[in-house]
Every structure is written in structure tokens, then in C-alpha cells.
Write a protein that binds this ligand. Structure first.
Ligand code: GLN
Length: 499
């Protein structure tokens, strides 16, 4: 059934519900994330945890990796047990509780709060994103534009988050910042509840529910796993078992990558796919590879670019010093400004019957992102001379990276929703969110090779990332020529005209 409802900027009204819920969820996520490393490394007198930079950045990497990793079980729970609506609702509640716990000043509450945010986000993020796609019929070409609009909401949320928590941290302390994140999520939940009817039943039920007995067994297993997690957390907090975040973080990229390939392969082998579904998922695989590479470069924003801003950029404008974190916010600001143009571009191209394939757009996004590293190459060469460089370098990089992001990221979400079999919509979005996870962790590892004390080594690293990104982008580009026709196949073999 094609829903011709166009009550939210030409998009289905249900997009309004999902747009604002995700906006507030992202406000809480990015707002809290912005304070995380600062809080962990601040001294006890300053109200921090006095951890070393190496431990704090390892915990940061693990946290951002885990948040997105949990999308995998979160997507499965939606497909087989809860449906997208309930998964989003309960996920949001758990996130809010996590931020409330974070607002309590103690080491134990800090780690418990983070675990709750990880679990809640795993439940919410892939499922709310999958529901966006379910607002559209299979041939509704508003889907790409809809995801671009939704993605704009994500970035509105992050701007609010950076501003509010950053302000509160300076004026009142870290825990007020974390508290603000809880308030943001609460607003999102209220809004979600009030506007739920606009979804018109999308995500109301799991698309492929387990039998009643199967559901019961699954809940028991989930309960046991959560109890195990609670016990390990309690033991670690009491120092009975020692978890070294640096050791764990360095192995996690490999584990997540193996799980990504394993899960994808198991869907191919055991997912009872039609031939066309296999080809469609093959085309999507290419998009996933591009996405992983993209985030591995892009997510240097929080690490190497952040250090570059802090230590090597001249941030004085007259007597005002630009706060380091403002540079990261540039990405979201550029994104919000440019989104309408990109949404219009996709609609315009499709009206002219020029529909660049998902693989093609992802390749372009990746290549554009990689070229940003040429700018970083020159910027870091200038900085290696010992003088701080002008802020425009980073402004230019963030601009280029945002253009790349708009070609790849919202488009890839649309690709996942279009190319995945409906019965596994949540899980496939979970797999896709895992590309964020691997990308974030790899970005941390790459940036770990940087030493702000030794800026002479920076140009080489940035040049290598550029070469690597462009090479993978070019390969994706060529392969996209082959997967293009797979993207267009109907899911069902019987209706296939060119199978
Ligand atoms: N900014 C996007 C989001 O929050 C993508 C995040 C990412 O690390 N891939 O959804």
C-alpha cells in the first residue's frame, strides 16, 4: 500500500514522530559524549575521574563501539519479539534512565549509566531508523529525501546537545550536563507517545514473530545475559575482577569485524533468501563496506581532529578563544544547512530519471571524505613547522567531510531499508549500524598513532588515510557498476524480469 500522506514537508506524517524522537535521542547521545573524555580525564578536584588519557580514550572508543554494536541484538529483538514501536519506546526509557544514573556523582553510577545508555541505544537506534523506511511503499521515490530530512533531525539534536551540555558543564558541572541529556530523552519520549498515531501502525508488531514458546525462551535467555552483565559489572566495580579498557579496546575492532562478516554470511546461508534477495543484499554489502571505511576516516573528528584543534590550531579571535569542541559542531551545522539542497538534489535527479545507484553515491561520499584528508595533510605540514595554523583548515575539512556524509550516510540508510527483506528490517539495520561501530573503533586506533607532541608524523598518517580511502572508494565505484542492476530487482524471484 503506498501511503500518499505528505503532511510533514512533503513526507508522510509519521516522519514527524520519528524525526523529533531521534532528534532528542541524539541530543542526549552527543551531548553526553562531548563531555565524556573531558570528565574522565579531569582531576578529582575538578569533579572528574582522574583517569589517564590512554584509559579515557580507550573507554570512549569502547563506549561508542558498544553503543552501535548493540544494534545487532536490538534489531533482532524488534524483528522477532517486540516490533519497532515498542523497541524504540523501551530503548528510549532505558537511555533516559542511563542519563539519570550518570547525573549521580559516583564512579559506580558513571559506569552503570553508560551501560544503560549502550543497551537502550541498541534497542532504539536501528529500529527507529528502520521504521522511517517503512513509511514508504516499495516504489515511493521520496524515501531518499525522507532519510535526508530525518538525518537533519539527528544533527539538529546534536547541535542542541553540544550547546546545552557544554554550557551546563562550564556553569554548573559535569553531572548537570548528564542530567540535561536525561531531560532531552524525556522530551523525546513524551513527544513520541503523543504523536504515535501518526505512524499508522508502522512497527506495531514484529514482522516475523517467534512462537509464544520461542518468545518465552528468548526472554529467559535475555534475562540470564543481563543478569550475567550485572554480575560482571558489580565484580569489576568492586575490583574483584580487573578489566583493562586499553587491552579490551585494542581487540574489539577485530571481534566486531568478524561478527559483522559472520552475521552477514549467516543471513545468506540460513536466511531462506530468494535469489533476488541475495543479489539485493549483495548490493547492500558493498554499501556497508563503503560505510565502514567512511566512518573510520570521518570519526577522527572526536579524536585526531579534536587534538589538532586543541593543540595546533590558533583559536584566538581577538581576545576570544574559540572552544575546541565548537569545531566538531561545525559538522552538524553544515549538515543542517546543506540537507535541504541534497534532499532537493535527489528528488530533482529522480524526476529527470537519473537515479545514481546506492553503491555509486556511497563511493562518491567515500572519495569526497578521503579528499578532506588532503587538506589535513597540508594543514598538518604547516603545523609541523611549529606555528599554530589558522582555523580555516579545519573549517574546510569539516565542510568537505559533511558533503561526503550527505552523499553516503542518509543514502545508505535508505539503501538498507529498500534492499533488506521486510521480515529482517530491524536486524539488517542493526548490521548496518555495526559499520558505525567498526568505523568508530578503527578511527580511534588510527588516531591513537598520533602524537600531538610530534606533529611531524601527522602528514604521513593523513596522506595514508587519503590514499586508502580513495582506493577503496574507487573499488566500490567499479563494483557499483555491477551491483547497480541488483539494486533494482524486486525481492520476489517470480516477479523478476531480468533474473
Ligand atoms: N551522525 C550519525 C548518527 O548519529 C552517524 C553516526 C556515526 O558515527 N556513524 O546517526
Amino acid at each position: 500500500i503506498v501511503d500518499k500522506d505528505a503532511s510533514f514537508f512533503g513526507q508522510p506524517g509519521g516522519l514527524q514522530t520519528l524525526f523529533f524522537t531521534e532528534m532528542w535521542e541524539r541530543m542526549s547521545y552527543y551531548g553526553m559524549r562531548a563531555l565524556l573524555v573531558l570528565f574522565m580525564t579531569a582531576s578529582l578536584q575538578e569533579g572528574g575521574l582522574a583517569l589517564t588519557v590512554a584509559s579515557a580514550t580507550a573507554i570512549y572508543g569502547l563506549y561508542t563501539g558498544a553503543v552501535y554494536f548493540m544494534g545487532l541484538p536490538g534489531g533482532w529483538i524488534s524483528d522477532r519479539l517486540l516490533g519497532g514501536q515498542k523497541a524504540t519506546w523501551y530503548g528510549g526509557i532505558v537511555i533516559m534512565l542511563g542519563h539519570i544514573v550518570l547525573a549521580i556523582p559516583s564512579t559506580a553510577s558513571f559506569f552503570i549509566g553508560m551501560i544503560l545508555v549502550v543497551l537502550g541505544t541498541g534497542l532504539l537506534k536501528p529500529n527507529i531508523t528502520a521504521m522511517v523506511g517503512q513509511l514508504y511503499g516499495p516504489n515511493d521515490d521520496r524515501r531518499d529525501g525522507g532519510y535526508t530530512l530525518y538525518y537533519m533531525g539527528i544533527n539538529f539534536g546534536s547541535i542542541i546537545g553540544y550547546l546545552v551540555t557544554g554550557y551546563l558543564q562550564v556553569e554548573a558541572g559535569y553531572h548537570w550536563g548528564f542530567g540535561a541529556a536525561a531531560v532531552g530523552m524525556a522530551l523525546g519520549l513524551i513527544q513520541y507517545r503523543l504523536t504515535l498515531p501518526k505512524l499508522k501502525g508502522v512497527g506495531a508488531k514484529p514482522p516475523k514473530p517467534l512462537s509464544a514458546a520461542g518468545m518465552k525462551r528468548s526472554w529467559i535467555v535475555i534475562g540470564v545475559l543481563l543478569a550475567g552483565l550485572a554480575i560482571i559489572t558489580a565484580l569489576a566495580l568492586n575490583g574483584i575482577i580487573i578489566i583493562d579498557p586499553i587491552v579490551v579496546a585494542s581487540n574489539v575492532a577485530i571481534v566486531f569485524t568478524v561478527i559483522f562478516f559472520g552475521y552477514y554470511a549467516s543471513i545468506f546461508l540460513f536466511g531462506k533468501l530468494t535469489k533476488n534477495e541475495m543479489k539485493r543484499l549483495g548490493a547492500l554489502f558493498l554499501v556497508c563496506i563503503a560505510s565502514t571505511m567512511f566512518w573510520a576516516g570521518f570519526e577522527q573528528a572526536g579524536s585526531s581532529f579534536n587534538l589538532f584543534a586543541r593543540d595546533l590550531t590558533d583559536r584566538m579571535v581577538g581576545s576570544f578563544e574559540i572552544p575546541t569542541t565548537w569545531f566538531q559542531m561545525l559538522n552538524s551545522i553544515f549538515l543542517v544547512i546543506m540537507s535541504p539542497f541534497f534532499a532537493a538534489l535527489w528528488i530533482n535527479l529522480s524526476k529527470r530519471m537519473i537515479n545514481p545507484s546506492y553503491g555509486f553515491k556511497s563511493a562518491i561520499g567515500l572519495i569526497i571524505m578521503a579528499t578532506g584528508f588532503i587538506v589535513m595533510f597540508f594543514a598538518s605540514q604547516a603545523a609541523a613547522s611549529g606555528l599554530k595554523v589558522a582555523p580555516y583548515w579545519l573549517v574546510a575539512v569539516y565542510f568537505i567531510h559533511t558533503v561526503g556524509e550527505l552523499c553516503l550516510s542518509p543514502v545508505a540508510l535508505s539503501a538498507v531499508s529498500k534492499l533488506s527483506p521486510k521480515r529482517m528490517a530491524g536486524q539488517m539495520m542493526g548490521i548496518f549500524v555495526l559499520t558505525y561501530s567498526v568505523g568508530n573503533v578503527v578511527a580511534g586506533i588510527l588516531a591513537g598513532g598520533l602524537d600531538p607532541e610530534n606533529p611531524a608524523a601527522m602528514p604521513e598518517l593523513f596522506w595514508t588515510i587519503f590514499l586508502f580511502g580513495v582506493t577503496v572508494g574507487a573499488i566500490v565505484f567499479v563494483l557499483a557498476l555491477f551491483t547497480r542492476k541488483w539494486e533494482k530487482l524486486p525481492p520476489d524471484d517470480d516477479n523478476a524480469d531480468n533474473d
